[in-house]
Design a protein around this ligand. Structure first.
Ligand SMILES: Cc1cc2nc3c(=O)[nH]c(=O)nc-3n(C[C@H](O)[C@H](O)[C@H](O)COP(=O)(O)OP(=O)(O)OC[C@H]3O[C@@H](n4cnc5c(N)ncnc54)[C@H](O)[C@@H]3O)c2cc1C
Length: 316
């Protein structure tokens, strides 16, 4: 994000046609997020090519316009008054398989990478089945499940750093639990390469089936949620504790505020049951956090990226 205020939001100099870039003004952000929450963006552009992304970012930098990048919007809570500035929706979706490597545009669904791996009997990414969102969002947050994460299998990540395209190694990205250095800067993932291994298709199907069945118990399909709201805390002795279990034990499942409430099947999910505001979601989150602090003495840390403006969205 480019944090300068007072944006000049003409963007009339953008020269690309609709196959590369679609620009909308005063566009509600809610439909671009899985929470289904979020007021209008001053300007929203959907970019379909690397060239379009570069041109939009160059324009944003030269007009000192702040931006918010959205992939699948599955780890994002945007305020009810929306975003003053530019929202860039990444739709760079190319995908190719070269031997045991898969190269995907950052706007491709992670699920499509998983399916391409399955079709080509390439093993190593089975853990990612049913994780929503794009490749870019997954790289930034080092998305994962079942003890593995995308940082374990990525070999090269192409970034837009300012207006320069640069290839980075996983070591340079500093992957850790639900973390990469991309959380510390405004660099944009453009493409990622994943290294997999030739695998046995029926064994892969079996493992993916097991993972999918385990996830299905959470009854998460079609929910307006951003998945786990809090990270699993890591204790002083290095032990990782499931935030969902702490929340369950703290009685979080009964918490409800207007249209927002804790999911009946997973105590770390907040659900928009219909018409919830971002403020209601944050009130639920605050109460969840309070209960775990009180019952376990542990302060949970948010996993979901919250984009709100306290002066406009009001106090929580
Ligand atoms: C039902 C459900 C289940 C989930 N289960 C899991 C799970 O098992 N494991 C897990 O790790 N997560 C899970 N999540 C969370 C979410 O799916 C992941 O965090 C996902 O990787 C986010 O990707 P996205 O494209 O939707 O990112 P967004 O929500 O669009 O963006 C999230 C953040 O990443 C930034 N970003 C997006 N694209 C880029 C890019 N190209 N370059 C740089 N920054 C970018 C955004 O600016 C924002 O700050 C779940 C979510 C839901 C709704």
């Amino acid at each position: 994000m480019w944090w300068t205020w007072g944006a000049r939001l003409a963007f009339d100099t953008l020269t690309l046609d609709r196959q590369e870039l679609v620009l909308k003004r005063a566009e509600p952000i809610a439909p671009y997020t899985t929470f289904g929450i979020g007021g209008p963006a001053d300007v929203l552009v959907e970019v379909y090519t690397e060239r379009a992304l570069q041109q939009v970012v160059r324009e944003a930098i030269s007009t000192r316009t702040r931006w918010l990048l959205i992939g699948g919007g599955s780890n994002l809570l945007v305020g009810d008054t929306g975003f003053r500035g530019l929202v860039i929706v990444n739709r760079i979706e190319h995908l190719s398989v070269n031997g045991a490597r898969i190269v995907a545009g950052a706007g491709a669904d992670l699920g499509e990478v998983v399916e391409a791996a399955r079709e080509n009997s390439l093993s190593g990414i089975e853990f990612a089945i049913d994780i929503p969102g794009t490749v870019g969002g997954a790289i930034r947050g080092n998305a994962g499940a079942f003890g593995r994460s995308v940082g374990d299998i990525s070999t090269r990540v192409r970034l837009l750093e300012g207006t320069e395209l640069v290839d980075r190694t996983p070591a340079e990205l500093g992957f850790a639990y639900r973390h990469s250095n991309l959380k510390l800067n405004d660099h944009i993932v453009v493409e990622a390469e994943f290294q997999l291994q030739p695998g046995d298709r029926s064994e892969m199907d079996r493992i993916m089936g097991q993972h999918a069945a385990q996830r299905a118990r959470r009854k998460e399909k079609g929910l307006h949620t951003a998945g786990c709201f809090f990270k699993n805390p890591i204790l002083a002795d290095g032990q990782k504790v499931a935030a969902g279990q702490l929340l369950e034990a703290a009685g979080a499942k009964e918490i409800r505020e207007g249209g927002a409430g804790v999911h009946a099947y997973h105590a770390n999910y907040i659900v928009n049951h219909g018409g919830a505001s971002a403020t209601e979601v944050l009130r639920v989150a605050r109460e969840m956090k309070r209960r775990v602090e009180e019952s376990a003495g542990i302060t949970l840390e948010e996993e979901v990226m919250v984009v709100m403006d306290p002066t406009r969205d009001g106090a929580v």
